[in-house]
Design a protein around this ligand. Sequence first.
Ligand SMILES: *Cc1c(COP(=O)(O)O)cnc(C)c1O
Length: 365
Amino acid sequence: MTTPSTPTIELKPSSHPLSGAEREAILANPGFGRHFTDHMVTIKWTEGRGWHDGQLVPYGPLSFDPASMVLHYAQEIFEGLKAYRQPDGSVATFRPEANARRFQASARRLAMPEVPVETFIEACDLLVQHDKDWVPEHGGEESLYLRPFMIATEVGLGVKPASEYLFIVIASPAGAYFPGGVKPVSIWVSQDRVRAVPGGMGDAKTGGNYAASLLAQAEAIGHGCEQVCYLDAVEHKWVEELGGMNLYFVYGDKIVTPTLTGSILEGVTRDSLLSVARDLGYESEEARVSIDQWRRDTESGALTEVFACGTAAVITPVGTVKTNGAEWTQGGGTSDSVAMKLRDALLDVQRGKAEDKHGWMHELG
Ligand SMILES: *Cc1c(COP(=O)(O)O)cnc(C)c1O
């Protein structure tokens, strides 16, 4: 592959942004992914020409041909990261470079062009700068969630990597994930459905993985659980992750997360927690964990807590675990649990309340 060119992004801001009063009404109770800011960034890619026609424009519907390849063969990738208000009123994003690099890895897996890291970050920065008033006030867990994504826009029904793509960044204010306080999530460990297979695209952040997870998710709900946990696709034995969050097992003062196998998505939160845990004096490691070990160690008391992690919810303690023929409940979820200490420590870095030892915050002024 040739070195990707870095396009300029032309500014064409909205002449009719939402009024301050309307925006404040939304920010009072934003929920998650329900409202979008005034602008979006779009950049085109064409074979032979590379990235071009970068624009910041008013948020609005896209118009494209019904035979656009993404609609038929799902050549699509996405990212998720957050901008937080800092104590001095400025805004910073959390580890955008990690998301930019993962976006490139996802692009390679789906035979799509890579967005240069600088372009990915610049697109996010420009959007946050123009829609800065949409970043909730400092203090709570509220943030502005950024959703960069890329779709195949070439027209045609022949199966091949497209020769035209659109990279887009949109933003959505996000309220506290648990407005009433953190609540443990119940989990259905599926013994027959799998999320990803060796050699598949489980380590790429692509909509197809989510489409594949929805039926298992519906089954989890049918079993009275909120989320599905997937096991490996070969032995149906090794714990992988939830549909959209990674998992951690807490053994006293050691936290353990499943080793990346190629079918697990490498979460930025997962990676950050390996370091945050060490900063707080815990041990952290990657290891294989089997479903039998999970149950046995919970029953013996060695496994003290389990939690899920991801950008949207940061950390969610796991409560009840159900699988075919077995059910157990994890401890933890209380304010002095390891999960909650890690959650507060990570959020404090993101909100600018604690020292940024690892250089994770990207200041936008
Ligand atoms: C995005 C995602 C995660 C969490 O990744 P973060 O970078 O921490 O938000 C975990 N699993 C899957 C399948 C995902 O798509």
